[in-house]
Design a protein around this ligand. Sequence first.
Ligand SMILES: CC(=O)[C@@H](O)[C@H](O)COP(=O)(O)O
Length: 270
Amino acid sequence: MDAMTEKTAHADTVEFYGARVNSRLLLGTAQYPSPAILAEAIRASGTEIVTVSLRRESGVAKSGQSFWQIIRDLGVKVLPNTAGCKTVKEAVTTAEMARELFGTPWVKLEVIGEDDTLQPDVFGLVEAARMLVRDGFQVFPYTTEDLVVAEKLISAGCEVLMPWGAPIGSGRGLNNPYGLRSMRAHFPGIPLVVDAGVGVPSHAAAAMEMGYDAVLLNTAVAKAGDPVRMARAFARAIEAGREALIADPMEVRDMAAPSTPVMGRAVLGQ
Ligand SMILES: CC(=O)[C@@H](O)[C@H](O)COP(=O)(O)O
């Protein structure tokens, strides 16, 4: 990389609702073996935004306190989520409580429509997004790669979209690369974040190579044998994928093209 490209890559930040961050990795905070490992994984990931479930906070009062202290000490931005909410009413109420508790207008909006896949109820999602935006929230909707739904979310006032890679916790990676590519092409100016289902760093790198602005993940780091090392691996993969995109990858071709040009003919064995 020449000095100029290096400078450009380093100045490469991303903006969500006017907040500019350097790291394109957003990290979930559930299911870590211990609060200490969670803190170390957050540090190793270099993330500047962590997503936090209100249910977890209010459910476990005591560990909730130390958890909140850890997040505060790390100085990262908090993106409260409505994880596990299945109705519009539940999601909106959870978002309102989260705003009060965490003091941020940001909300990662999940309205879950189905238990086996935990896929979004996109009808409820659009309705809840509309209500929350009207109420002053800055909504990060967990959605599918459906372009019609995406248009409706944008009309509702969402300035970021978070299509799923695969079902939450599945680790399957990018189930529908075609759909995700179409979405990127269709919304060139909207920050797009692949959220959920990412299993290994190469999945995250692939999302970045497609032109996604960031990746949100939780289980792949929290459930790794060594979450701290895995957090670091994801950070590097996301940087590599982003750098590759900026570097403008070669065209894919069907036929071979010799990478070593041959001039003349070698005369051997005489
Ligand atoms: C923490 C959170 O917001 C999850 O609901 C998110 O969608 C991440 O999913 P994975 O755990 O599959 O990475």
